[in-house]
Design a protein around this ligand. Structure first.
Ligand SMILES: Cc1cc2nc3c(=O)[nH]c(=O)nc-3n(C[C@H](O)[C@H](O)[C@H](O)COP(=O)(O)O)c2cc1C
Length: 308
């Protein structure tokens, strides 16, 4: 099993994305990028304890390793219970979400809301780290409204037992508006002993390497949607043909279908279509055609026709 500390540096990670980084997409990203660290979609600790359907979100194929499961909630005891339960699954680590700004999450005091309750955030990390031998990592933002709390917060997380921290260079209040600011992340790196990953607005491997500076790695999210080649050098990406992309797209679609119904697969796959087809002539029309298919068979036939 690959250990977090043995992964090649700089660390490159696929960001956790709810509704995107499911088992099917992670397998596709893994196949094209052997060294990239994969994160699950975030999953609520109460859900994991009470619902077998929710628990399914944590499942993975062995080939996905190195793979980190991300969880969110606000009860340290539940985090500890889950840490004990998942540690024998063979996963690489457990990540605690302290950065999600969505209303649904924050209104319950979860995700980024915990930036405003640092002692509870530290208690969660401590309880999780004490319950398992697995590395416990954290993903957070610059702060709630500004970056003034970042160093103190991150130092507290480190003392509580966090093994790595990823910082998205926006505040919770910014949600996804404005631009990510990496300067506070570089400053933070000087203050911590644990690895620090930067995240926010990266579109390519080259951009990641440029923004890296003294950080230990970077994480890419949105630019990976429908674009599992995002970690490849530009020169290699430029050589991809529409057929190369459609072949991988179909493999992705087939994998997703393996885990869920035909209808759900067709609907969920729509978010990846733009990415897979972008840059090609008539991309919009191609996308529209695939969006409108009603059956798995129609989708496959239409895709094959595009690639021929
Ligand atoms: C659709 C979507 C779902 C997301 N879900 C999660 C999540 O489950 N956990 C998390 O920590 N961040 C989540 N994020 C935030 C990303 O991990 C990442 O921090 C953010 O998109 C900024 O990186 P990017 O500019 O490379 O996309 C999500 C973002 C998007 C767009």
């Amino acid at each position: 099993m690959t250990k977090l500390q043995n992964l090649p540096r700089p660390l490159m990670a696929l960001a956790p994305m709810d509704g995107v980084t499911d088992r099917a997409f992670r397998q596709i990203v893994r196949k094209l990028n052997p060294g990239v660290l994969l994160y699950s979609e975030f999953t609520n600790v109460n859900g994991i304890v009470h619902s077998s359907k929710v628990r399914e979100r944590l499942l993975f194929e062995g080939a996905e390793l190195p793979y980190v499961v991300q969880i969110f909630g606000r009860d340290p005891l539940l985090f500890a219970q889950i840490a004990r339960e998942v540690q024998d699954l063979g996963i690489t680590g457990i990540d605690i979400n302290l950065g999600c700004p969505s209303k649904r999450v924050v209104s319950g005091g979860n995700g980024a809301a915990l930036i405003k309750e640092p002692d509870l955030a530290f208690a969660i990390v401590e309880a999780t780290a004490k319950a398992t031998a697995l590395p416990v990592t954290v993903k957070t933002r610059l702060g709630w409204a500004d970056a003034s709390t970042l160093v103190g917060f991150a130092k507290g997380l480190e003392s509580a037992g966090a093994s790595l921290i990823t910082v998205h260079g926006r505040t919770a209040k910014m949600a996804y508006r404005g631009e990510a600011d990496w300067e506070p992340i570089y400053e933070l790196k000087k203050e911590l002993k644990i690895p620090v990953l930067g995240n926010g607005d990266l579109r390519s491997l080259e951009q990641g390497m440029e923004q890296l500076k003294d950080l230990d790695g970077f994480m890419i999210g949105r630019a990976a949607v429908g674009n599992p080649w995002v970690f490849w050098p530009q020169e290699q990406r430029d050589k991809l043909t529409l057929k190369d992309k459609v072949d991988v797209m179909l493999e992705h679609f087939t994998l997703l279908r393996r885990y869920q119904s035909e209808h759900k697969t067709l609907v969920e796959f729509r978010k990846h279509l733009g990415g897979y087809l972008s840059g090609f002539r008539d991309a919009k029309a191609l996308r529209r055609e695939l969006m409108e298919t009603q059956t798995e068979q129609d989708f496959t036939l239409a895709a094959l026709r595009l690639a021929s």
